[in-house]
Design a protein around this ligand. Structure first.
Ligand code: NDP
Ligand code: MG
Length: 383
């Protein structure tokens, strides 16, 4: 059985907590955990898993955590330095990147530069800086194994494919979110509470809102382009309300391979750790005899404007995807703080894309500048 030693960046989040569940169930060690502010949970996790290092990015939270863990011998650090130390900790062979948003970019690059296996959940990193991340990983010979269920499904379907030229297209499934089939008029009336109620998955707040706007599917489209070096015309999105097929690969001969499973992130998290092997684990098994009929429909990017905007940026490339992502992160934050309405999210993202200047083939600093400019543009428009 494969036994890994993990550093879990974002251990207090939905993915981070499930990664710890997988670690416990499958016997992986934990060398480091990080949170932003969730000290109570970090303390409980540190006491249970005894990592060498626990990080709270927020300074006051780290001071609190240091007091809480004074009797344990667990080292406590704060800030970016703490995050980067967790990403490069020598004991860990695998870094689970479960921080939400572009805040995960620098630690992911650090983990890559240290040759770690990356169990990659933090899709925003690939959306903003996918080309940079993938080329740095190639250079450092760091394996990137996706955690996102769609990309894990594609990764699983590609096992045994010796020539990528045989792949005709990737087919990404989408649940359609809580507002599938609604009109623009109906969307203008939806509340935060409704948007936070996803029909099939239980996830962090930001990705749950992204699933409701369908921005999540747009980000995943760009994520798939970067992970699998596929042009946009060879990726298709189909709405599959049941979330049983997690995605598919169509080959040149017309065969379509699919990966099926229950809506449980433990399985893709576990596979990212054990690949190329498989082991038993905590994921809920799928009972085919109790599955509803499987349905497939076209997405509606005219009603769900965020999807349209993401697909346009996928074509444009350059810093446009960083602008899209930064503007979306800021708009979702405003929506979660009751400052703007649901349909203001695509409106503000579109305005940011129209106003923030774009550049081609950007480096890291240009990407981070584009991200900052997009956020500022959204805050300014929303004022
Ligand atoms: P959560 O919001 O549940 O958790 C986010 C984690 O990141 C928490 O540990 C949080 O700490 C930490 N964090 C937040 N902001 C910062 C920051 N600025 N610096 C450092 N750490 C920070 O998110 P999810 O687990 O839902 O998602 C994590 C990532 O995985 C996202 O990129 C998402 O798109 C992706 N993903 C998630 C899926 C899911 O099922 N949840 C499925 C597929 C992909 P604290 O608790 O202290 O705030
Ligand atoms: Mg997904």
């Amino acid at each position: 059985m494969v036994c890994r030693t993990l550093s879990i960046l974002g251990s207090s989040g939905s993915i981070g907590r499930q990664a710890l569940k997988v670690a416990e169930s499958c016997g992986h060690q934990v060398a480091a955990i990080t949170v932003n502010r969730s000290v109570e949970l970090a303390e409980a996790q540190a006491r249970r898993f005894r990592p060498r290092l626990a990080v709270a990015v927020d300074g006051a939270a780290a001071a609190d955590l240091r007091v809480r863990l004074a009797d344990t011998g667990v080292k406590v650090l704060s800030g970016q330095e703490g995050l980067l130390e967790a990403a490069s900790i020598p004991d860990a062979d695998t870094v689970v990147t479960a921080i939400v948003g572009v805040a995960g970019l620098r630690p992911t690059l650090t983990a890559i530069d240290h040759g770690k296996r990356i169990a990659l959940a933090n899709k925003e990193t690939l959306v903003c800086a996918g080309e940079l991340v993938m080329s740095r990983a190639k250079e450092a010979k760091a394996e990137i194994v996706p955690v996102d269920s769609e990309h894990s499904a594609i990764f699983q379907c590609l096992q045994g494919c010796r020539d990528r030229g045989e792949v005709k297209r990737l087919i990404i499934t989408a649940s359609g979110g809580p507002f599938y089939g609604k009109t623009c008029k109906e969307l203008s009336l939806v509340t935060k509470e409704q948007a936070l109620r996803h029909p099939n998955w239980s996830m962090g707040a930001k990705i749950t809102i992204d699933s409701a706007t369908l921005m999540n599917k747009g980000l995943e489209f760009i994520e798939a382009m970067r992970l699998y070096a596929m042009p946009p015309e060879r990726i298709q999105i189909v709405v599959h309300r049941e979330s049983i097929i997690h995605s598919m690969v169509e080959f040149e001969d017309g065969a379509i391979l699919a990966q099926l499973g229950s809506a449980d992130m433990c399985l893709p998290i576990q596979y990212a750790l054990t690949w190329p092997e498989r082991t038993t684990g905590p994921a809920k098994p799928l009972d085919l005899l109790s599955c509803p009929p499987l349905t497939f429909r076209k997405p509606d990017p005219d009603t769900f404007r965020c999807l349209r905007l993401a697909l346009e940026c996928a074509e444009k490339g350059g810093t446009s995807t960083a602008i899209l992502n930064g503007a979306n992160e800021a708009a979702v934050e405003l929506f979660l703080n009751d400052k703007i309405s649901f349909l203001d999210i695509p409106r503000l993202v579109e305005r940011a894309l129209d106003t923030v200047p774009m550049s081609d083939a950007p480096g890291l600093e240009e990407i981070l500048d584009a991200d900052r400019a997009a956020r500022q543009a959204v805050y300014d428009f929303a004022r």
